[in-house]
Design a binder for this molecule. Sequence first.
Ligand SMILES: Cc1cc2nc3c(=O)[nH]c(=O)nc-3n(C[C@H](O)[C@H](O)[C@H](O)COP(=O)(O)O)c2cc1C
Length: 311
Amino acid sequence: MGVESQNTTDMSTPIGLLMLGNPVLTASGTFGYSNEYEEFLSLKNLGAIITKGITLNPKKGNPQPRIKEVPNGLINSIGLENFGIHEFIDKKLPVLRDNDIEFIVNIAGESIDEYKKVASTCRESGIEAIELNLSCPNVDKGCLEFGRDEETLYKLVSEVRESFSGVVVVKLGSNVSFPEKIAVTAQKAGADAISAINTVKAMNLSLNPDYKGYKFIKGGLSGPCIKPIALNFIYEIKKRISIPIIGMGGIMTLTDMLEFLAVGADAVQVGTATFTDPNLSEKLVFELKNFMETNGFSNINELKHSLRTRT
Ligand SMILES: Cc1cc2nc3c(=O)[nH]c(=O)nc-3n(C[C@H](O)[C@H](O)[C@H](O)COP(=O)(O)O)c2cc1C
């Protein structure tokens, strides 16, 4: 039984035609394909889970090292390692369906054609919602390339829109000059929602002990240190678009989540924090519900409205 059916607090959150029981989702690449977390929480209590990014063909990802902890964050350079859409459909989709949970398939590609092929394969398999990763900073080709140029982004999103009749979420990142223009373009091209932000381009350096040379990792920075960037991004795009926004970037606490709702997010995703606390996303659902009950909000929209009233 999901958290929603146990009480009268209405946390239901529409994302296009998808009606989520609550606004707490898990972020792509930090929650596997759901079954990996089954022993830690009841998946049904989450608004939805977003799968790891899937490409048309299997992808090996980047060479090691691919992960480095930094103060208040993590740099990753996974490089979209995954087993491709066909194996996903054969092996992981049945698991997601058996769990009877809402899920959104995160997809990536090196060309517009690849995104279209993955999207239409998803649709043929009955998948209802996809998240287009147009912002991954740690692959050589694709993703961010499509998410920072308005013309290319328009072409990609509108063509995917034609080949996929379900819900299309466009995932953007902060590694762009004019986030609000990019978000407006995604909306015009037919996106049902925007999710943001992806990881932030970053580098970590380790000087050798003898000060002769260094080792380094370049990749995408995530975790609490990027929360101020994410809040600003969402605040800026909210002024210009009318479709729902799913905010993420360093969420660890109820207060973090409320801050995202205050600047304009309709839902949130929990990412890196899951690595230190595997059932954090579920705890946040209960904390949000409890906060609403204690403070007299019977509906999530009332809470958002109250949070957005600036004093
Ligand atoms: C290890 C790792 C893998 C990720 N893989 C993906 C991915 O495949 N697709 C995607 O769109 N985002 C991916 N992300 C980005 C997250 O979904 C999220 O946008 C980002 O980490 C910011 O949120 P956070 O600070 O809460 O982690 C990944 C992040 C991490 C840390």
